[in-house]
Design a protein around this ligand. Structure first.
Ligand SMILES: [Zn+2]
Length: 431
């Protein structure tokens, strides 16, 4: 993580002259407010789960908002809304995609995903309005089911765009009695023709995603723009401690093989990976089940699920190796059995250096303090990276809170982020 660039100034110093066009901030905020009513429940935030009627309603609202600006939109076979400049579009040129997802978690916030989508549409509207000639054709995308909160197939829309949906897995999936293929059809997609949602090689020049940080780093540094360097990779570890289940009253302390006290040391060893040894960025044990979980019985078996995350694959592999070795030693020292099953879930993805530079320059020219940082959460950008260079821009989250009704970012930061996106597009796609 780097220090905010020296010599840059605070947001209060802009607008500076000579840096047109700018987004229509008031219009974008109004549209974001309209979007936040779709799936809203009083006092409980927004529940707009992927591949549900609420998400479809959000797509319809977005299409209507864009139509008023002379943009055209269509839902692809993966359920993504793809938005283009109307008759001004140069479909012969590679696309510069911008976007994010339009679904939320249950009781989620108004900005996660929706902000990036609304800002991308605002940028597209301005480029259309000013009839800007670009080397790459700007296209906005609202991805479906990024969260996987109902149908457990996260990143479904971006995987569709990248041509990577496992149709057999998707066919088997259902939620609340509805099969995924049926839910997708109701959303305007078609699993049988999902290949048509994939963009051919070379047709995408790049993908830019603007998103709230969902963490506390930018706010703590008092910096409005984050330039994402890498999107985190994640490994899940299934750990089982096997001891000896026995009577809690009659078994002397020196003759016990208590699986839970050993598990407590496992929890601390996992935490040490990140907190003390800096082998990975974060390390967490989020789930623990003791058996038989009865007050007067020494626990015989404990199952833990841990996860570690980092922006570099080599560090993840090293941390996996270290914890495996350490837990083997712990098993020997405590005369218990410890098994570790390592499941790499996602590999880290680096953003593209040219796009990163463009975001940095854009923020600098707009007089916005900025810093490089890693994304601790997963994003559609990590999927699109399989077919095109990607870049990501973060804006601060109040108190670092996301996936909650109180998720909030100051309006001035929301508009600054959108202007950074617009300026980045102009830099990247200048003829
Ligand atoms: Zn998101």
């Amino acid at each position: 993580m780097s220090i905010p660039t020296e010599g840059s100034v605070r947001p209060s110093a802009w607008p500076r002259p000579g840096l047109e066009p700018r987004v229509d901030g008031a219009r974008m905020l109004r549209r974001l407010a309209e979007m936040s009513r779709v799936g809203a429940r009083p006092g409980r935030g927004i529940t707009r789960l992927g591949l549900t009627a609420e998400e479809t309603a959000a797509r319809a609202l977005l299409a209507e908002q864009c139509r008023g600006d002379g943009l055209v939109s269509a839902t692809d076979k993966a359920g993504n809304l793809v938005i283009r400049r109307g008759r001004r579009a140069r479909r012969d040129r590679p696309a510069l995609l911008m976007g994010s997802h339009i679904d939320t978690v249950a009781d989620g916030g108004r900005l996660d995903g929706a902000y990036g989508v609304t800002a991308a549409c605002e940028v597209l509207s301005m480029l259309n309005q000013h009839n800007v000639d670009l080397a790459y054709e700007p296209v906005a995308v609202a991805f479906t089911n990024e969260e996987g909160a109902l149908f457990p197939y996260p990143f479904f829309g971006s995987l569709g765009l990248a041509g990577q949906v496992d149709t057999e897995q998707a066919r088997r999936m259902s939620a609340e009695g509805v099969a995924l293929p049926d839910a997708l059809r109701a959303a305007g997609g078609d699993l049988d023709r999902i290949d048509e949602a994939a963009w051919p090689a070379g047709s995408v020049a790049g993908y830019l995603e603007l998103h709230i940080e969902q963490g506390p780093v930018l706010e703590a540094a008092d910096v409005p723009i984050g330039v994402v360097h890498s999107i985190t990779g994640r490994t899940v570890l299934d750990i089982t401690v096997s001891g000896g289940q026995n009577h809690a009253g009659t078994t002397p302390m020196r003759m016990r093989h208590d699986a839970l006290t050993v598990a407590a040391r496992v929890v601390l060893a996992v935490e040490r990976l990140a907190r003390v040894r800096d082998l990975c960025r974060v390390a967490t044990v989020g789930r623990i089940v003791a058996e038989p979980n009865v007050t007067n019985v020494i626990p015989g078996t404990v199952r833990l699920t841990a996860e570690i995350r980092d922006g570099r694959a080599a560090r993840l592999r090293a941390a996996e190796q270290v914890i495996s070795t350490e837990l083997a030693q712990l098993a020997t020292a405590t005369d218990t059995g410890i098994t570790v099953k390592i499941n790499p879930v996602t590999e880290p993805v680096d953003t593209d250096g040219t796009l990163r530079r463009a975001v940095t320059d854009a923020a600098y020219e707009l007089g916005l303090r900025h810093m490089e940082m890693d994304s601790g959460a997963g994003h559609d950008a990590q999927i699109v990276a399989a077919i095109a260079p990607v870049g990501m821009i973060f804006v601060p989250s109040r108190d670092g809170v996301s996936h909650a009704p109180c998720e909030h970012t100051e309006d001035v930061h929301l508009v600054a982020g959108a202007n950074t996106l617009l300026r980045t597009v102009l830099k990247v796609a200048q003829p």
